[in-house]
Structures are given as C-alpha cells and as structure tokens.
Design a protein. Sequence first.
Length: 282
Amino acid sequence: MIEVIAPGPYATVQDLGRPGYAHLGVPRSGAADAASLRLANRLVGNPEGAAGVELTFGLARLLFRAGAWVALTGAPCPVPGVRGAGMGVAFWVSAGAELRLGSPEWGLRTYLAVRGGVDVEPVLGSRSTDSLSGLGPPPLRPGAVLPVGPAVHGVPADQAPPPERRPPVLRLVPGPRDDWFAPGALGALCSEPYEVSQDSNRVGVRLRGLSPARAREGELPSEGMVTGAVQVPPGGQPIVFLADHPPTGGYPVIGVVREADLAVAAQLRPGDRVRFTTRPLP
C-alpha cells in the first residue's frame, strides 16, 4: 500500500487509457505523456501498460507501507532523502519511508511507477482517471491509499538516459478541416510562437497568440476528434487536444500534432512558448 500524504497540485492514477469506446462517447484518457509512463514501467519490470501515478508540478509526498521498487520519469523532480533515488532509474523505497518530490526543473508531468503497478479497480478495462467524464478513480487526495499489485514478470532495469528537454515545436499534419480557414492561415499558425495559457489541463493545451483567419463561419456538425487535434473555436485561440479530450467536437481542426510530439505537448506548462511547423525537424 502507498498512502498519499500530499498529492501536489494535481495527481491522478493513469495507465494507457481505455481505447475502443469513442463510438459510445467515452474518451480514451490515459497518461498525457504515454512514452514517459511506458519507460517508468519498463524500469521497474512492469508491463508498459501498468497503472502508475501522474503528478502535475511534482511536490508530492507518498508513504510506502511496504518496501517497493520505484521509478520516476517525465518532468525531472528532485527526490531528497531516499538513497539512490533519481530520474530514469529504478530505486528501492524501504517500508515506512516517505518519498518526497520537489517541483520539476522543466516540464509539467512526472510519472511514478511501482513494481506490481497501482492496483485500483479498473473501469471499462482501465485504471485511468478521466478528468472530463469522471470515469476511473478520483484525483488523489491526502489520506488516499493506493494498493500495489503483485509483480508479474521481469526484473528492474538499471537506468535510462537522463530526460532531455525537447524543443517546444509541434509538427503538424494539415487538416482535416483546413479548408475552413483562409488561404495562408496554416502558414500564419506556424509563423510565430504561441504562449501556453494557465487554463490548460489534461483535456487540452490552450494557447494565446495569432488567430488563424476563417474562410467560413459557424460550426461543423459534431465529428470524431483525436488526441493532438488543433481545434480553433470561435474566439480564434487554438487548443491542442490531450488525453482527456472529448470524443467529438464541432469546431474546425486546422491540423493534427504528430503522435511523436504528443509528449512535448503534454509537458508544456503555463507561460511556455511553443511553435507549430509542417516541416520535419532536423
């Protein structure tokens, strides 16, 4: 068992989500930075899809009632007081020890995996907290207790390369509704950086900056949405959809962020500046 002494600003249980239910109006959800969760699980010998804890801005305190192998990935947080603790390495937390995380040096979301996985009750095949629909376990609160499952296979790995801060650039695939925008709108979208708004969350990264000019007014009939879709509502300020985005939407999508760059979007914090491009990065 792991007892939550303090969850930090916002913490949830996440795995790789509940795909396959969008036709029923159920979002996929899951870790916003799935690559980091997969890595943390590999480090402690878990299947990549095991549930862990997604921490926002760090500052969590967790009490381990039994000893456990643990790994941290994603936004790099200092971990004082635990021997061998650090980012990208499996380390042992003794029974009765408290794991304290500081605030990340950069990035927004840090992932904690524990050998055996966080074993809360699954909902529709996933243990993920969905902030939009309310499915899954509630966000973590002081006093919450997280059960840990049995180790199923594998052994803890030694370490992974230190996390690298990737350039704040999001590569776009144009469309599917770029025809709803004036000629040159996509180029304008990519011409200057946007600032990340404090209203961003697991549903989407809300941006402030140039408004792409529309060629058509009104809204579309609701249609399916994917993670990474760059939707432009009537106010003109783009939103990059993240893990908890709605399954459908009626605002035009000018482009979709490539899957390889979703981790970059998930680690953007309020005040960061980010660019779009339709060109491959060097």
